[in-house]
Design a protein around this ligand. Structure first.
Ligand code: ATP
Length: 454
């Protein structure tokens, strides 16, 4: 019997919880799945939206200097030629001639030396060759060279090629940023670690344009902003690490790059890259398109191509980090007071897919049920609410703990005023983490919960 490391056991528990409770499913699962592709279920989509909405709120809505856009996924080949992706967006690949598996050469070297196939132990390996990660397709009826288009490998390029239009319509002055959230596609050689390395994923990117002399300072600024963001969604600073990418590993045009990494159960891995890309991208597109992408500075009457600092975060990787960070097990009493293991996702309330569970103590009492449904209607305009009337109340709490619902409201006979008229229209409000219960008036619920969710 092989014994698994505690961390790989933890990952297995997380993957299984994600499927069992509807966070993440394998894509096309009933047909055996497609490697590197995932679907988000009813709770996963809420979690993902909370993350994207919060990012958009703090990045775009709460700032005067950042505006948004939403670009197309199918991309003109000229864009990706100019950016260097057609020529150079590749990883070194090695094949095993025995079992036909493919590997990323850099990861093989890192792990086991390059001598043996990690899949079958075979020794007959090809020399590394460059494998372009872009997905190619054809636009229109013809399927020849002239109709080639690519699924974008990053959201950034559509920002660069729309730079001039957005500058004109927004009339922003440097420094300012353009933000985008959207899908990106990479034909990764070895998708792995659940959703961490997928072939289709979402990015949240800011291209923050500035003068050359502001580049290095803004790189520091954005690194700090982004660290603060992760803390605000519940990822503690102690689990985040800033890697200064060494000169020889940085893109040749970058004057400085930080990787923000998180301690996943499978190791310390990149969540986001923050890179000072100089004026490389805009200059390349200006050259290739023949259109001016310059900025005119009213004060100095100078024209120049702006420089750019890019914080580029992965939605799916951050969702995975949120789930890994939230996952915990503790001991809680069952119905009979016996201690049992409780699985609880300790999401920051801001990120939790469901904010509040509402439970009538008994489902066959029409007054309790009616009151509980009234509370659902009262809360729904403010937050996501889940109504559950089936099973013992302790089981219902556990089900919500397991998906990270921070609050639970129970309607009981006291709510109906049967025991004590002074307690009429009050409910118990239970806290997921402390499991403490307090008695609050129904009419105060929206304000109390809104306050605690913020
Ligand atoms: P890696 O070295 O892990 O392949 P990268 O450095 O190529 O990543 P970038 O090109 O900097 O990644 O992309 C920015 C962000 O997009 C990454 O920090 C990550 O969050 C996300 N991302 C990139 N590739 C993937 C992928 N295959 N699956 C999920 N997210 C990804």
């Amino acid at each position: 019997m092989t014994s698994k490391s505690p961390d790989s056991q933890l990952m297995e528990k997380i993957v299984s919880l994600c499927k069992r409770r509807g966070f993440i499913f394998q894509s096309s699962e009933i047909y055996g799945g497609l490697n590197g592709l995932w679907d988000y279920g009813p709770l996963g989509v809420e979690l993902k939206r909370n993350l994207k909405n919060y990012w958009w709120q703090v990045t775009v809505h709460e700032r005067d200097d950042v505006i948004g856009m939403d670009g197309s996924i199918l991309t003109h080949p000229a864009v990706l030629k100019a950016s260097g992706h057609v020529e150079g967006f590749s990883d070194p690949m090695i094949d095993c001639r025995t079992c036909k598996a493919h590997f990323r050469a850099d990861q093989l070297v890192e792990k086991k030396g390059i001598k043996q196939c990690p899949n079958c132990g075979g020794k007959d390996l090809t020399a590394p060759r460059q494998f372009n990660l872009m997905f190619e397709t054809h636009v229109g009826a013809a399927t020849d060279e002239s109709s080639i288009a690519y699924l974008r490998p990053e959201t950034a390029q559509s920002i660069f090629v729309q730079f001039k239009n957005i500058l004109e319509v927004s009339r922003k002055k440097l420094p300012f940023g353009i933000a985008q959230i959207g899908k990106a596609f990479r034909n990764e050689i070895n998708p792995r670690n659940f959703t961490f390395r997928s072939r289709e994923f979402e990015q949240m990117e800011i291209e923050y344009f500035c003068r050359a002399e502001q580049g290095m300072e803004l790189l520091e600024y954005w690194k700090e902003e982004r660290l603060t963001f992760y803390e605000k969604i519940g990822i503690p600073r102690t689990k985040l690490h800033v890697l200064t990418v060494p000169d020889n590993e940085r893109a040749f045009y970058s004057k400085g790059t930080y990787d923000i990494e998180y301690d996943f159960p499978f190791g310390r891995q990149e969540l986001e890259g923050v890179a000072y890309r100089t004026d490389y991208d805009l200059s390349q597109h200006q050259k290739a398109s023949g259109k001016s992408l310059e900025y005119f500075d009213e004060e100095t009457k100078q024209r120049f191509v702006p420089h750019v600092v890019e914080p580029s975060a992965g939605v799916d990787r951050t969702v995975l980090a949120l789930i890994c960070e939230a996952y915990s097990e503790d001991q809680a009493p069952d119905e009979k007071g016996k201690m049992e293991t409780r699985i609880v996702l300790r999401f920051h309330p801001r990120m939790a897919p469901i904010k509040c569970g509402v439970f009538p103590l008994l489902k066959n009492n029409s007054q309790l049920v009616a009151k509980a449904k009234e509370i659902v209607s009262l809360l729904r305009p403010h937050m996501t609410v889940f109504y559950d009337e089936s099973g013992a109340i302790g089981r219902r709490y556990r089900r919500q703990d397991e998906v990270g619902t921070p609050f639970g409201v129970t309607v009981d006979f006291e709510t109906l005023g049967e025991k004590d008229a002074a307690r009429r229209d009050t409910v118990t409000l239970r806290d997921r983490d402390s499991m403490k219960q307090e008695r609050v008036a129904i009419q105060d619920l929206p304000a109390i919960l809104r306050d605690r969710l913020a």
